[in-house]
Design a protein around this ligand. Structure first.
Ligand code: ADP
Ligand code: ADP
Length: 243
């Protein structure tokens, strides 16, 4: 079944850059997609449209059949919860602990946890803390739960970001260049984790990468983007050298 669908999606940024045009794609529940393309191709813009960090200029996005192209307010918050995303630069709250970072997205009463002093943990129930801890176990870093986020290596920080995203129970998991600033060994760990999340939780995953070798090894389906449009869509085995 289709989880998310775009029709004729386009984006022109306010400065006139046409980043995306005519992209029509369906993401199915059993998809593990890697999007490849050179820098500036439009990969990041496409992914950011899917969780509406970017509002498309034209076309349509449907999440579970419901149109979210111009969602705002409450509906937009629901989109962001359902479409989880991790980034190249992890985006953790540096001075909070690993466990607090996993929980931080669940604070419902304040938009900026940065203003708090003292531990954030007191705002959460025992059950919530245990759930967060079990997510850290799932990504293999429960031993780092009480370390400050900024004391971790890049690969470890990306694992925290994955746990934090899982804590929101997303229906779809997006990753924008998640291994671009990691060493090869950490990159394998992160790609392996994403693949495992897909298999164990049965949620579709869409990853932007510029490493074609990683794409070939981990993807079930590869989408090639160039000049803001789709130039390839198929299994890794059908990929030719031209892309
Ligand atoms: P990729 O992820 O494949 O590197 P992007 O989606 O980041 O591609 O960028 C696609 C095009 O849009 C590029 O020409 C880029 O410079 C431009 N672009 C990206 N973000 C913005 C922005 N916020 N404002 C203006 N142009 C942008
Ligand atoms: P709701 O918004 O209806 O509470 P959620 O999808 O946010 O539903 O959460 C579902 C359940 O999982 C809740 O019982 C919540 O307490 C628990 N939960 C989700 N994420 C975490 C987390 N990071 N830490 C602890 N508990 C969590």
């Amino acid at each position: 079944t289709t989880v998310l669908e775009t029709r004729n999606l386009g984006k022109v940024y306010p400065n006139g850059t046409r980043a995306l045009s005519g992209v029509s794609l369906a993401v199915r529940h059993d998809d593990f997609i890697v999007i490849i393309g050179s820098s500036g191709a439009g990969k990041s813009t496409f992914l950011r449209c899917l969780n509406r960090l970017v509002t498309p200029s034209c076309g349509e996005i449907r999440l579970d059949g419901e149109e979210i192209t111009r969602a705002t307010g409450r509906e937009l918050r629901r989109v962001r919860q359902q479409v989880g995303m991790i980034f190249q630069q992890f985006n953790l709250v540096r001075r909070l602990t690993v466990l607090e970072n996993v929980l931080v997205g669940r604070l419902r009463f304040c938009a900026t946890p940065l203003t708090y002093t003292g531990s954030l943990l007191r705002y959460f129930s025992e059950a919530e803390r245990e759930l967060a801890f079990s997510l850290l176990k799932q990504v293999g870093i429960e031993n780092l739960a009480y370390q400050r986020a900024d004391s971790l290596s890049g690969g470890q920080q990306q694992r925290v970001a994955i746990a934090r995203t899982l804590a929101q129970h997303p229906a779809l998991f997006l990753a924008d260049e998640p291994i671009a600033s990691l060493d090869p060994k950490s990159s394998e760990i992160i790609m392996g984790l994403l693949r495992r999340i897909h298999e164990e939780r049965g949620i579709p995953v869409v990853v932007n990468l510029h490493h074609i070798d990683f794409a070939k090894r981990y993807a079930k389906r590869i989408i090639g983007i160039s000049g803001g449009g789709v130039v390839f869509d198929g299994p890794p085995g059908e990929l030719t050298d031209e892309i």
